[in-house]
Design a protein around this ligand. Structure first.
Ligand SMILES: [Zn+2]
Length: 202
C-alpha cells in the first residue's frame, strides 16, 4: 500500500514552520546561548577549550557544565582531571584559565594537536559518592582504591550522561564563604521586628 507523502502536505508543512521545526520530528528550538552547536561539540571532544572557571555552569548534582553538556575540567599543571565541584576546583580563583573537554577516553586535549595524560581526581569521586566510592570509611577503602585504579570515563558518563543535559538545574548562586552549621541543639531564634508586617517599600 502506498501512503501519501505527508511531509509535503501544505497544512502540515506550514504548521511545522510555525513551530520552528526545521525537519519532521524536530521540535526543540535551537538556542546558541544554551545549546552547543555541532562545531562546539566537535571542538570539546577534539581540541578542548580553554576558558575561565567562572564561565562554567555549577550543576546542582555537583558536576560541571557548559551550555547543555557536562564536562571534564583540568589544567596542564595539575595531575588530575576533575568531574565535580570538588574542594580542589573550588579552591581555584574563578578567573583561573582551565581546560574543558568531553572526551570519553584516553589523553585529554590541550588545543590543536596537544594532549595530556591525567588521572581522575579522588576528591571528585568522593564528593559524588560515585558507585559507593568512599576513602573515609575503613571498610570501603579497599574497594574505593580499586575503583580509582579501574576508573573509566566511558563508564562514568553512563551514570552522569554527558550530552544533552535535560532537567539538570544550576546551583543557586551562593556566597563564597560558607557559614559553619551549628551542631548543638537548635535554639529558639527570634528575629526582632519580624512579627508585624513590614511596610511595602513600593
Ligand atoms: Zn576534583
Amino acid at each position: 500500500m502506498k501512503l501519501p507523502d505527508f511531509s509535503e502536505f501544505i497544512p502540515f508543512r506550514n504548521l511545522r514552520q510555525a513551530m520552528g521545526a526545521r525537519r519532521p520530528g524536530h521540535f526543540v528550538l535551537f538556542d546558541p546561548q544554551r545549546h552547543l552547536t555541532g562545531r562546539e561539540r566537535s571542538e570539546l571532544d577534539q581540541q578542548g577549550r580553554q576558558l575561565p572557571l567562572a564561565r562554567l555552569r555549577r550543576l546542582a548534582d555537583d558536576t560541571w557544565g557548559l551550555k547543555n553538556t557536562r564536562l571534564l575540567v583540568y589544567r596542564s599543571d595539575q595531575p588530575y582531571f576533575h568531574l565535580a565541584q570538588c574542594p580542589v576546583t573550588q579552591s581555584w580563583d574563578p578567573q583561573t584559565l582551565i581546560w574543558v573537554s568531553t572526551r570519553r577516553s584516553g589523553p585529554l586535549p590541550l588545543g590543536e594537536g596537544k594532549e595530556i595524560e591525567l588521572g581522575v581526581c579522588p576528591e571528585c569521586l568522593q564528593q559524588l559518592g560515585y558507585k559507593g566510592f568512599d576513602l573515609k570509611r575503613n571498610r570501603k577503602v579497599g574497594y574505593s582504591r580499586l575503583l580509582l585504579k579501574q576508573f573509566s570515563r566511558e563508564d562514568f558518563f553512563q551514570v552522569f550522561a554527558l550530552y544533552p543535559l535535560q532537567g539538570v538545574q544550576d546551583k543557586p548562586a551562593e556566597p563564597l564563604l560558607k557559614m559553619p552549621q551549628p551542631d548543638g541543639p537548635t535554639t529558639e531564634q527570634s528575629m526582632p521586628g519580624q512579627s508585624g508586617s513590614a511596610p511595602d517599600p513600593g
